[in-house]
Ligand binder design. Structure first.
Ligand code: CA
Length: 260
C-alpha cells in the first residue's frame, strides 16, 4: 500500500488513495525508463536515514520498484559505503550534520544526491542545493513523488556526463572535461579563450555559432559594440589548427566548425 514516509501515523487516507491509484502507473513507467536507458543491473540507491520507521518501508517500496537499496543509519556509515548510483540523504542524522555528509560526498564524487528535508525547513533546501545536492524532497513524501525525482535527477546527470565525453571531429578531438584539444594526437597549445571558442563550435560541428552566443558564453558579456576581439581569437585558433578551413566564417552571423 502507498504510504507517506514521515515516520508518523498521521491521517493520510486521501493522499494514500491518490498515491495508490498512481503507483501502478509509476511502476509501468519506471520499468519503461529502465528499459529505455538500458539498465541491465538495478540502480543502486544508498538510503541514509537513521529512523527505521521511515527507512524500512521506504527501502521495501523502492526495492519493489526495481531499485537496489543499501541503508546507512549514520553519516559515518554513509561515507564508508560503496559508491551507489544515487544517494537519498536525510539531513537530520544522529552523528554528524547531514550537510557535512553532503559536502564530503560531493567533494569526492559526482554521484547524484537528493536531500530529504523537514516540512518548513526552507533554508535546508537552499543550503543542500548550494552544497551540491541535485534535488530535495520534503517529508512527508510519497513513493511516487520520490521516484519521479530520482528519474529526473538521473536523466539530468546522465545528460551532464554525456556532455563531458570528448568530442571528435575528424582528426580533431576536444575534451572539455580535461580542457585539452588534440589534432592528430598532437595537443594544441590553446589559450583559455581559444579553447572555449573551439569547445563551443565543436559541440555542434557544422552548425553556425553566432557572434552573440560567443560573446555571451566565452566573454560573459552582452555588449555587442565591437566583436573584433572574436575575430582576433578565431584567427589565432585557425592558425593553431594549421588549416583555416576548419573554421568557416558565416558573414554577418558567426562561425561554423567543419563537421568532418
Ligand atoms: Ca533523521
Amino acid at each position: 500500500m502507498a504510504r507517506r514516509y514521515d515516520g508518523a501515523d498521521k491521517a493520510r487516507d486521501t493522499r494514500a488513495q491518490r498515491l495508490g491509484q498512481g503507483l501502478a502507473k509509476v511502476r509501468q513507467s519506471a520499468d519503461g525508463d529502465k528499459a529505455a536507458v538500458g539498465h541491465a543491473v538495478p540502480m543502486k540507491i544508498l538510503l541514509v536515514e537513521d529512523e527505521d520507521a521511515i527507512a524500512e518501508p521506504l527501502a521495501i517500496g523502492l526495492r519493489r520498484e526495481g531499485f537496489s537499496v543499501e541503508r546507512a543509519a549514520t553519516g559515518a556509515a554513509a561515507l564508508d559505503a560503496d559508491e551507489p548510483d544515487l544517494v537519498l540523504l536525510d539531513l537530520r542524522l544522529p552523528d554528524v550534520d547531514g550537510f557535512d555528509v553532503c559536502r564530503a560526498l560531493r567533494a569526492r564524487s559526482s554521484v547524484p544526491i537528493i536531500v530529504v528535508t523537514a516540512r518548513g525547513e526552507e533554508a535546508d533546501r537552499v543550503v543542500g542545493l548550494e552544497l551540491g545536492a541535485d534535488d530535495y524532497v520534503v517529508k512527508p513524501f510519497g513513493l511516487r513523488e520520490l521516484i519521479a525525482r530520482i528519474r529526473a535527477v538521473t536523466r539530468r546527470t546522465n545528460a551532464r556526463s554525456a556532455e563531458h565525453e570528448p568530442m571528435r571531429i575528424g582528426a580533431l578531438e576536444v575534451d572539455e572535461r580535461a580542457r585539452r584539444a588534440t589534432l592528430g594526437e598532437v595537443e594544441l597549445p590553446l589559450t583559455p579563450k581559444e579553447f572555449d571558442i573551439l569547445g563551443l563550435l565543436a559541440r555542434d560541428a557544422g552548425a553556425v555559432v553566432t557572434r552573440r552566443k560567443l560573446l555571451e558564453d566565452v566573454w560573459q558579456t552582452t555588449w555587442y559594440g565591437s566583436t573584433k576581439t572574436i575575430d582576433v581569437h578565431v584567427a589565432a585558433l585557425r592558425s593553431k589548427l594549421g588549416d583555416p578551413g576548419w573554421i568557416e566564417t558565416v558573414r554577418g552571423i558567426g562561425f561554423r566548425l567543419r563537421d568532418s
